[in-house]
Ligand binder design. Sequence first.
Ligand SMILES: Cc1ncc(COP(=O)(O)O)c(C=O)c1O
Length: 289
Amino acid sequence: MKLAKRVTNRTQIIAFNNSYHGSTQGALSVIGDEYWRNAFRPLLPDVLHVEYNSFESLNEITERTACVIAETIQAEAGIIVPSKEWMQALRKKCDETGTLLILDEIQTGFGRTGKLWGFEHFIQKDSLGNIVPDILLLGKALGGGMPLGAFIADKELMSQLMENPVLGHITTFGGHPVCCAAGMAAMKALLEEGMMNGVKKKEELFRSILVHPKIKAIRSFGLWMALEFDSFETNKKIIDACIHPSTGSGGVLTDWFLFASNCLRISPPLIISDEQVNKACAVLLSSLS
Ligand SMILES: Cc1ncc(COP(=O)(O)O)c(C=O)c1O
């Protein structure tokens, strides 16, 4: 957001309802849920929240807008996948108004969806150029388990943080060599060991087994899915039973979503084997009853 303000010399930031971007004051300012924002006001000024995946929302992006920040696929909303047409239109509107597009790939990045980046699913006419964000946000899998986060932009944009003031964006442990080495090793393994190859098949395997009258809907995108139940109470009982051997077969860690508490999250390591998928699904199904 600092980079977008600096590059565009504008102040307005547009974010989306039900988006999740983290807990710092900056991130909270753009998080798309008033319950989470409210306790820490005042937050950043000139932030506008609009509906995700709505063409009408795009009319709010103008020559006053410094940046639009979006999750490529909304995570905590319970895995909400926007249409290709909307993603394309978002990119186009940002281009037309000179607004920077920031995509948060902290959950969708590094193969979770079956491609290295989530935004690769929204390419049209074989041209990455019409969807690549100006700023890419990375975390979680970036460090292969070590603490590492990053925002990435073209050198031309990024270099604008180097002067006036000098050292305009620094942090003590940024670029920590051990974390970066872990990140490099994780990236190498992800690409060279073909970890993304089986994602689609394993997603299908999950979906083929997880059929039960209590599951109202499944939304998935790669090894990443939301099982929808009738309420948070039902969901919580199932999540607890999955963990505790006394109430279920146990040993399976799942979660709910911050903005979709009636949905159970499945987000296993990409290296999960078919056998482990079968075992986890058996625990889940037995926890349902
Ligand atoms: C989509 C998304 N963006 C941003 C963040 C914030 O990351 P961090 O907690 O490392 O600041 C998270 C963390 O869960 C996230 O899921």
